[in-house]
Design a protein around this ligand. Structure first.
Ligand code: SF4
Length: 454
């Protein structure tokens, strides 16, 4: 049976222009192919999301025309036939260096390593298919469900965790399936939060997406709707005024997007996020820790600072799933812990995501942190901060003795902190300590911390 709600991408495939856009130079702003026959007004077409979808780079021939250095790479054909390729001209224009050293190249261009899988990988490591009471609806946590509304994306990320479905057939949920989903949600009022995902739901035409949103919103027990989308990153022109007007009818509505690298923070993606934020839609970001893309802490520091600047809250940093085709992207869990150690103290809490391992066998997200609890006793918990300062926290009702009144032989250690015989072990020569020293030496500082004019 033909699905009645189809993605625009699928329905317009026949309109695809024959010429892929030529590759802009690294320093140039994105621009469409000067020789594209469809281009009568360059800017208006470039900024038309439908044009971007119709002109996605989908074949090796189109890719070679865009990146001539890849014309000899017949080995990519086997990769593309197993895991489809699609790259919007906009996203392709963000490639600065046409090789694997470039994060955008790495995330979008097929790689023969996708075909080398160690045995620990599987197609569906999160076992989503066995948590689907209705086809397309994943019910794992009691109060939440995730709806796969489409299998289409504007760009097929090489690291996708749903490689088994994304792009294998570009289609969207049928009316019949949607009715089944609604019936299930009605029968399970404990589900108060529904995530509309895919594929990428924002590749659907406004009317098709609205039919999904209104169906979910019609269930009285659904309080919050969330949309998971990479569109603001790979197809920001999709965030049109008309789309935003439609979305704001379905509040409370949240959007989680998927930035992985600071090179994805462009004027276009900032404007897209700004439009959504202006419509009162809270924005979060779910990035994936990817080898060779963002596994240096400075890269993620820059990304997270940039996201907060454009009003997107870093929400999760995912450890790469054990999914087939992504081994070359996997890092150690240790690498993620090191990054979290680096970020704490350098970024404010709103810029620091939770680092999670999405557990195999459908175990859900497990937060992983550097160890901040150093020791515990019945009376005190010993904690460490990002500088290496050790401090004890007395439990309620515990009598504390000021440090200067305790009798210590030598300098305190962790045991003394846990036993309440000392409260703190300060590292020497921290930046904060040096700043404090200067403040103490200023005159006029009163006990409240304010400096008053004399
Ligand atoms: S946009 Fe999301 S679902 Fe689509 S390929 Fe990328 S990660 Fe996968």
């Amino acid at each position: 049976m033909q699905p009645q709600v189809t993605s625009l991408a699928a329905s317009r495939e026949e309109e695809q222009s024959s010429e892929p856009p030529s590759r802009p130079r690294a320093e140039e702003p994105p621009s469409p192919a000067p020789d594209c026959p469809a281009v009568s007004s360059r800017d208006s077409l470039w900024n038309d999301w439908r044009w971007q979808i119709r002109n996605r780079i989908r074949t090796l021939e189109q890719l070679s025309a865009y990146l001539p250095g890849l014309s000899e790479r017949a080995d990519l054909k086997a990769v593309i036939s197993k895991y489809p390729m699609a790259i919007t001209p906009y996203y392709a224009s963000l490639i600065r260096v046409p090789d694997l050293s470039d994060p955008i190249f790495r995330m979008s261009i097929p790689n023969p390593q996708e075909l080398s899988d160690p045995p620990c990988l599987s197609e569906d490591p999160l076992e989503e298919h066995v948590d689907m009471p209705v086809p397309g609806l994943i019910h794992r946590y009691k109060d939440r469900a995730l709806l796969i509304a489409t299998t289409t994306c504007s760009m097929y990320c090489r690291h996708c965790t749903r490689k088994r479905i994304a792009g294998t057939r570009e289609t969207a949920i049928s009316s019949r399936r949607l009715r089944q989903v609604v019936e299930y949600l009605q029968a399970h009022p404990e589900i108060c939060d529904v995530i509309i995902s895919g594929g990428d739901p924002l590749t659907m035409a406004d009317a098709a997406l609205e039919s999904v949103l209104s169906a979910v919103r019609s269930v009285p027990s659904v309080q919050v709707i969330r949309i998971g989308t990479r569109v603001p990153v790979v197809l920001p022109m999709r965030i049109t005024d008309a789309l935003v007007q439609m979305l704001r009818k379905y509040h409370p509505l949240w959007i989680n997007t998927h930035f992985n690298h600071p090179n994805e923070l462009t004027a276009e993606s900032s404007a897209a996020c700004g439009k959504l934020a202006d419509a009162g839609i809270p924005l979060g970001n779910q990035s994936v820790l990817l080898r060779g893309v963002n596994d240096r802490p400075q890269v993620l520091e820059e990304l997270y600072r940039g996201l907060v600047r454009i009003r997107v809250r870093p929400y999760y940093l995912y450890q790469c799933d054990l999914v087939r085709g992504v081994e070359h992207f996997r890092t150690s869990v240790r690498a993620g812990i090191e990054i979290m150690e680096y970020l704490r103290g350098r970024l404010s809490g709103i810029a620091i995501p939770t680092f999670v391992v999405d557990a195999p066998h459908g175990g859900g997200k497990i937060p992983v942190l550097p160890n901040y609890v150093v020791s515990m006793s019945p009376t005190h918990t010993v904690l460490r901060n990002y500088e290496g300062l050790l401090i004890h926290y007395p439990e309620p009702g515990v009598e504390t003795i000021p440090d200067e009144q305790t009798e210590l032989h030598g300098t305190p250690g962790v045991w003394e902190l846990a036993a309440g015989k000392a409260s703190v072990i300060q590292p020497a020569r921290t930046l904060r300590g040096q700043r404090r020293e200067k403040i103490r030496n200023r005159s006029g500082l009163d006990a409240t911390g304010f400096l008053f004019d004399s």
